[in-house]
Design a protein around this ligand. Structure first.
Ligand code: 13P
Length: 253
């Protein structure tokens, strides 16, 4: 599959922002600014805003994703949410392994090894986040970190389902810092991630979409998205404003 054949994907990750009412009016505004012609548009919203967002996004090009889920379908896990619960709401995808969850909530590669196949089994599109810290980059350990994170997380995904996984390369030092990776740095890491998928299946490597995340804005998106292996963006801060996010979608089109 050529880069042109992989459909660009722009997803906003709101993190812990927006109430259900705020989400509804955001989705209504964004829907008037984007078309589904050539770009997939997603919003990863807090659990409490999922139902309102799904309802507002009906008959629009926007798909709604959650920001985490538990690997088990049900059980004694207070405070957790499972894949069947998300599917029932009409949610289409789920962010897994975001660095903020790894850092603040003890998310592990071992749990992700169960979460990624559990999402797929339930028909949810996993958006698997990987990325190195500043210290790891300086110590030239970026590839070692990415290899570990990617190989572990996709270990239990059958080869023929690998193309359904979306991977987001989010270097921790670029998140919320305004310090975006250069297009060359992002391309190099994302090509490496694609090659790791290729160690499992060449066909999957050609088809899997790998996004870049970390201080993406409407200003820097064009250059990033012009790189051959960068298939889209996972956008934090700039996704909180519909005009900004629509600008990034336009850059991807
Ligand atoms: P920022 O775009 O705010 O740097 O956040 C990136 C991110 O973490 C998206 O998941």
């Amino acid at each position: 599959m050529t880069p042109e054949a992989r459909r660009p994907y722009i997803a906003g990750n709101w993190k812990m922002h927006k109430t259900a009412a705020e989400a509804r009016s955001f989705v209504e505004r964004l829907a008037g600014m984007v078309s589904a012609d050539s770009v997939d548009v997603g919003l990863c919203v807090p659990f409490t805003a999922l139902a309102a967002s799904v309802e507002a996004a009906r008959d629009t090009p926007i798909s709604i994703a959650a920001q985490n889920m538990h690997q088990e379908p049900a059980g004694a896990y207070t405070g957790e949410v499972s894949a069947p619960m998300l599917v029932e709401l009409g949610v289409r995808g789920v962010v897994l392994g975001h660095s903020e969850r790894r850092r603040y909530n003890g998310e592990t590669d071992r749990a992700l090894q169960e979460k990624v196949p559990a999402a797929l089994l339930n028909g949810l599109e996993p958006i698997l986040c990987v990325g190195e810290s500043e210290e790891e980059r300086e110590a030239e350990e970026t590839q070692r970190r990415l290899r570990h994170q990617v190989q572990e997380a996709i270990e239990n995904v059958p080869d023929d389902q690998l193309p359904a996984v979306v991977i987001a390369y989010e270097p921790i030092w670029a998140i919320g810092s305004g310090r975006v990776a250069t297009p060359g740095e992002a391309q190099e890491a994302i090509a490496f991630i694609r090659a790791l998928v290729g160690d499992r299946s060449r066909a999957a490597a050609a088809a899997v979409r790998v996004l870049y995340g970390g201080s993406v804005s409407a200003d820097n998106a064009v250059e990033l998205l012009a790189q051959p292996d960068i298939d889209g963006a996972l956008v934090g801060g700039a996704s909180l404003d519909p005009e900004n996010l629509a600008g990034i979608v336009t850059a991807a089109g």
